[in-house]
Design a protein around this ligand. Structure first.
Ligand code: PMP
Length: 448
């Protein structure tokens, strides 16, 4: 039986409660009516005057117990497996987000990003969020309503940036190329000269098509025509060469869960002086408070001071600090070579199985995300399921223009190593054999 266990003091408190309008039931009335199970909590300070005690709804109580997850080889387009050293860094004690030891870690991250982006720019930081946060931060700050943006579309990421830029009130012009091909410098030049955009956007590593967009000559083209160059390097940074300064890239963003082998949740971003001039010279405020670089940059010490903007993602940034240490210890060139070697090993094995690349031109193939044509008569989803069920290997189907046409195999960061490639190949070998595929003809296609 529920009892009203109010002390004299509690009763005084309850009697003092005044219902704001006569229809509202006060805590006291609820208790008197004995329809509140939590009357015992009155007088404990839990409730403020006038708040009525409702019963806690236990319908969705939980979860309970310690979390367990299956062990998997994440060999899709990302996230990849995190390096255990990075996960260990995330278990370190939290620091305050404005405490000097944490600010020193932020400084280390900025320096590590300078190396990763190959820039001497002062303006590097981690956007709090996944790759999209870097994308949206760049778009929100570098474009103003009325600006024209030229978006190179060679898969879904250009489309997404075009959508974002439109939301920020800019005039969007797209330049498309067939899925599986890269935009040519000649086409880019013609489009830039025609549209005179404030900014040109390109995706270096198109993870939906497996294309590596060459950036040769593009920075120079943009300078000649007064445009900024913004590059999406989410699926490529750390896996293939990128030289922000030497290639005259004005702004570039990435993600933590791809070649950096950290969990998803931080987006490395770099702006150079040209890009910063645009940010400083805006005639309108950035339409996002959370992503306003004049504010966020001040947390990262870009302008000589440090002020609170939002709470830094303490453990996430430990992870990126550790990831950057791993990159520095290996060296960028060694890392790029390791990714290239894994990519070659994969294709050697896949060709022996009779599989073909979706990207026809070898020079356009992205080492970090490989797109493999699904042969006629083969059920791509069944192969993915087999790989996961039997080998605990995650390989992925296509996305956007490649949906249903390809498998995507990621070779990124910690996962870009011979043993992982062999495992992927074994999964393909047995998955294809199960479907009767014998190098070019599946059983189903053969009997059709
Ligand atoms: N750009 C590219 C090239 C990507 O591969 C991805 C993620 N697959 C993104 C942007 C978006 O990143 P996120 O999912 O981390 O927000």
């Amino acid at each position: 039986m529920r009892q009203l266990v109010a002390s004299a003091a509690t009763l005084c408190l309850l009697v003092a409660m005044v219902a704001p309008n006569s229809n509202q039931v006060t805590g006291l009335e609820a208790c008197a009516a004995n329809d509140s199970p939590d009357c015992s909590l009155y007088g404990t300070g839990l409730y403020k005057t006038g708040e009525s005690a409702a019963s806690v709804d236990d319908t969705f109580r939980g979860p309970t117990g310690t979390l367990e997850v299956p062990q998997r080889f994440l060999m899709g387009p990302g996230p990849g497996n995190a390096n255990p050293r990075i996960l260990a860094a995330q278990t370190l004690p939290l620091l305050g987000h404005m405490h000097p030891p944490f600010l020193a870690i932020m400084d280390e991250i900025q320096a590590g990003l300078r190396y990763l982006f190959q820039t001497s720019s002062n303006y590097t930081l981690l956007a709090s969020g996944t790759g999209h946060a870097g994308m949206e931060m760049a778009v929100a700050n570098l474009l103003e309503p009325g600006d024209t943006v030229l978006v190179g579309v060679n898969g879904i990421w250009g489309e997404r940036v075009a959508d974002m830029a439109e939301r920020f009130g800019t005039k969007v012009v797209t330049l498309h190329t067939e899925a599986g091909t890269a935009l040519s410098l000649a086409d880019l030049t013609a489009a830039v000269e025609l549209h005179r955009p404030a900014l040109l956007f390109l995706t270096q590593g198109e993870s939906s098509t497996g294309v590596r967009q060459s950036l040769a000559g593009v920075g120079e083209l943009c300078r000649r025509n007064g445009a900024l160059l913004l590059v999406d390097a989410v699926a490529s940074l750390g896996g293939v060469p990128l030289f922000a300064d030497a290639w005259q890239i004005d702004a570039v963003y990435s993600g933590s869960q791809k070649c950096l082998s950290a969990p998803p949740g931080a987006a490395p971003l770099m702006l150079n002086e040209r890009a910063m001039a645009k940010v400083r010279g805006r005639s309108s405020k950035v339409r996002s408070y959370y992503f306003d670089l004049l504010l966020v940059g001040d947390y990262w010490g870009w302008y000589g001071s440090r002020s609170y903007h939002h709470t830094g993602m303490v453990s996430m940034w430990y992870a990126v600090r550790e990831a950057l240490a791993i990159v520095s210890e290996e060296g960028l060139e060694a890392g790029w070579r390791r990714h290239e070697a894994a990519h070659r090993q994969l294709w050697e094995g896949l060709s022996q199985l009779g599989l073909e690349p979706f990207v026809a031109e070898e020079r356009d193939r992205l080492a970090t995300v490989n797109t493999i044509k699904v042969p006629a008569g083969v059920d791509w989803a069944a192969l993915c399921k087999h790989a996961l069920d039997v080998y605990a290997v995650e390989v992925s189907g296509g996305l956007g223009p490649t949906a249903g046409k390809v498998w995507r195999v990621g070779l990124m960061g910690y996962n870009a190593k011979p043993a992982n490639v062999e495992l992927v190949l074994a999964a393909f070998r047995s998955g294809l054999a199960l479907q009767g595929f014998k190098g070019g003809i599946s059983a189903a296609a053969a009997s059709a």
